[in-house]
Design a protein around this ligand. Structure first.
Ligand code: ADP
Ligand code: MG
Length: 238
């Protein structure tokens, strides 16, 4: 677990600046939802935290340490995307253990962590299956399992449920909530879904065109949206 701090982050693609001076402090164990319209910079921000995208200006700290120069692996962050990107030729267990294998963990450690994660995510009976033999929700659980076996300091979620149907989304939402209550890993969760943000997050950060419009607890944003833009996103009755 670790705190995450963004200090005056800027991102430009050539002449186009897509993130403007974002600063944000996320506590150890906190669950943050990052919301905002398509193209406002949510994925870019996550990718910079993960080390998958160069930071134009500013710095990112994890656990109090500046990580700008670190590789994604050194940052000890796990990212869950909407496309599960499981390896089709590997079993569930192999998919979940693959990153540990790359890090040189022993077979025994891998088996132990995989079976722990499988218990947590109700995947124990599916460990020998291939991804093609799983439902969408099960695949997404495997993707989460692959992330938690690494015991990451931080979880980054990029619209992980947006490919699932409405009923499954509701179910997975409670599973993610239960998982966070168990492991308490600092989480940054990008979503389009206002209900998802309201039910999962300790704090919601609303982005618009690469800037933070407002941040606060779900109740604060719901009761006192700073402007019409935020109200439109959070759905205040006013
Ligand atoms: P979101 O995830 O909120 O939908 P993104 O972070 O994907 O938004 O994109 C933010 C902005 O950056 C968009 O205007 C997008 O077109 C632009 N962008 C993202 N990636 C690149 C890239 N590799 N090159 C140029 N522009 C990009
Ligand atoms: Mg995105």
């Amino acid at each position: 677990m670790a705190s995450v701090e963004l200090h005056n982050i800027h991102k430009a693609y050539g002449a186009l600046t897509v993130i403007h001076d974002i600063s944000l402090a996320i506590d150890d164990g906190e669950f943050i939802a990052l919301v905002g319209p398509s193209g406002c910079g949510k994925s870019t921000l996550l990718r910079m935290i993960a080390g998958l995208e160069e930071i134009t200006d500013g710095h990112v700290s994890i656990g109090g340490q500046v990580v700008n120069a670190m590789t994604p692996r050194e940052r000890n962050i796990a990212m869950v995307f909407q496309s599960y990107a499981l390896y089709p030729h590997m079993t569930v267990a192999e998919n979940m253990g693959f990153n540990l294998k790359l890090s040189g963990e022993t077979r025994q450690t891998i088996e132990q962590r995989v079976s722990e994660a499988a218990r947590m995510l109700d995947l124990t009976k599916l460990l020998d299956r291939k991804p093609a033999q799983l439902s969408g929700g099960q695949r997404q659980r495997v993707a989460m399992g692959r992330a938690i076996v690494r015991n990451p300091a931080v979880f980054l979620f990029d619209e992980p449920l947006s490919n699932l149907d409405a009923k499954l989304r509701v179910q997975m939402r409670s599973e993610i909530k239960a998982l966070h209550q168990k492991v308490q890993t600092t989480s940054i969760y990008v979503t389009h879904d206002q209900i998802e943000a309201m039910t999962l997050a300790d704090r919601i950060v609303v982005l618009n065109q690469g800037r933070i419009e407002q941040q606060g607890t779900p109740i604060e944003l719901y009761r006192k949206p700073a402007n019409l833009f935020v109200a439109g996103f959070i759905g205040s009755p006013a």
